[in-house]
Design a protein around this ligand. Structure first.
Ligand SMILES: [Zn+2]
Ligand SMILES: [Zn+2]
Length: 250
């Protein structure tokens, strides 16, 4: 009997000692059990107000980022020039009146809705996250990409500034918390907190593992680790939501 029990105990100890890893050895956390409230309250820029409403968190902001971009306009304290080869699109960044409502305890959905045009989440900088498509629901192309500022963002026709891809101030090649999608799950950079690229991502480009903000583990998305059209940019999120999306109004 001892010969059977002892190796099992040893395996158990080994498994525990690896629980801080971000790899597939991490014990999966049941979705719907992790409360994101304290992280949401701590991590969003000061221009984003966060209130608790029943089982939901309500985030309000004007959608303009807390960082530099040429889209603030010359003369603004937060103005900076475009990256080389990039230039403004015809739109001007305008303050919006956003309200995003997300579950405090995000949970997996039974059917996974495709992300669509418009805001699919909010970055902690205070500006929305869009998917890999532009107006007309066509995939971003090289021409559109030249209108991105150093943050991988630009304003749409209504003046609604938004990110599609990686950039300064959000994530480049790191494990930064980018923001939260409308289903309440956090979105991270291309890496996990141990500095490696996760290898066990699901169809939604996510997995359950420890992060810097959620050391006990949470389901989270990662930025797609694919150099988009060889531009040096990486799509923040494409495809479907893992959970059920909340509302995002303006
Ligand atoms: Zn866009
Ligand atoms: Zn991860």
């Amino acid at each position: 009997m001892q010969k059977i029990i002892f190796p099992m105990l040893l395996l158990g100890l080994l498994a525990c000692s690896k629980s801080d890893d971000t790899s597939s050895t991490t014990t999966p956390t049941t979705t719907g059990s992790v409360d994101i409230t304290s992280v949401v309250k701590a991590k969003f820029a000061s221009g984003v107000t966060v209130t608790v409403s029943g089982d939901n968190l309500v985030l309000k902001c004007d959608g303009r980022p807390n960082h530099k971009t040429p889209y603030w306009g010359a003369g603004n304290a937060l103005y900076e020039p475009f990256p080389s080869g990039h230039a403004a699109n015809p739109n001007t960044m305008v303050a919006q009146n956003y309200t995003m409502t997300i579950p405090a305890k995000p949970a997996a959905a039974t059917t996974h809705e495709e992300t669509s045009l418009g805001a699919i989440g909010l970055a902690i900088t205070g500006a929305p996250i869009f998917n890999n498509n532009e107006g007309g629901n066509v995939a971003l192309n090289a021409g559109t990409i030249t209108s991105f500022d150093g943050a991988g963002a630009h304003p749409a026709q209504a003046g609604d500034y938004h990110y599609h891809v990686t950039g300064t101030y959000t994530t480049t090649d790191d494990a930064n918390l980018v923001g939260f999608l409308r289903d309440g799950f956090p979105l991270y950079g291309r890496k996990d907190k141990d500095g490696t690229y996760p290898s066990n991502l699901d169809a939604y480009n996510g997995h359950t593992a420890a992060t810097n903000e959620f050391p006990n583990g949470i389901y989270h998305y990662h930025t797609r680790n694919e150099n988009y059209l060889n531009t040096g940019y990486y799509i923040l999120k494409s495809g479907s939501y893992y959970g059920t999306k909340g509302t995002f109004t303006q």
